[in-house]
Ligand binder design. Structure first.
Ligand SMILES: Cc1cc2nc3c(=O)[nH]c(=O)nc-3n(C[C@H](O)[C@H](O)[C@H](O)COP(=O)(O)O)c2cc1C
Length: 171
């Protein structure tokens, strides 16, 4: 089993067993060049000291760099500044097992898949078999309906202000 899948099993038990996990889900996509603002990274580091259970750092590209240190990815920055063992969940254009392994090599504990999982069925199987996902954004509404995505979710990702800009559904 690959590192991605075995880690998922481990973390699933460790994080969610018998209790509610408390965590911020932050949006680190404000800088036009895709870099990560240090105000946001520093806020996450403070919350980590306060005892949150994990961090989900919403970025558009898993290997995006920080605004302050252009040679450092946000994953590396966060990981090097968080002193205690704290699960780091990282999304951001992960569409293959190679991307997932790279994100984990940078310091992610769990990878999250948003857009690719909306338009593709059985993503874990494709990853495990090292196969390319068949569909890419923007997805047609017809395709999403055939995939089993509800009309409500299609409307939501197509029209809700922050998600609309992610170009998930053909406009
Ligand atoms: C349906 C949907 C809902 C999301 N909701 C949030 C949210 O509430 N807060 C947040 O910070 N990011 C949110 N995101 C952004 C994701 O966490 C992630 O940063 C972004 O989708 C890029 O990852 P991807 O390439 O795997 O989609 C959402 C994304 C999607 C597709």
């Amino acid at each position: 089993m690959s590192k991605v899948f075995s880690t998922l099993e481990l973390k699933k038990n460790k994080i969610l067993k018998n209790r509610l996990a408390v965590a911020p889900m932050t949006t680190q996509q404000s800088n036009a060049d895709g870099s990560i603002s240090n105000a946001e990274s520093d806020w996450l580091i403070m919350l980590a000291e306060d005892g949150i259970d994990y961090i989900h750092s919403s970025q558009m590209y898993y290997a995006a760099v920080t605004a302050k240190y252009s040679e450092k990815t946000s994953i590396e920055y966060l990981r090097s500044h968080i002193t205690r063992q704290l699960p780091l969940v990282i999304p951001g254009s992960i569409t293959s097992i190679d991307d997932a392994e790279k994100a984990m090599d940078l310091g992610a504990d769990i990878i999250a898949i948003g857009r690719a999982a909306i338009g593709n069925k059985k993503v874990p199987e494709y990853f495990e078999e090292h196969r390319e996902l068949p569909f890419k954004t923007p997805f047609s509404e017809k395709h999403l309906e055939e995939t089993g995505i509800s009309k409500e979710l299609i409307d939501y990702v197509k029209n809700a202000p922050p998600l609309r800009s992610l170009n998930i559904v053909q406009q």
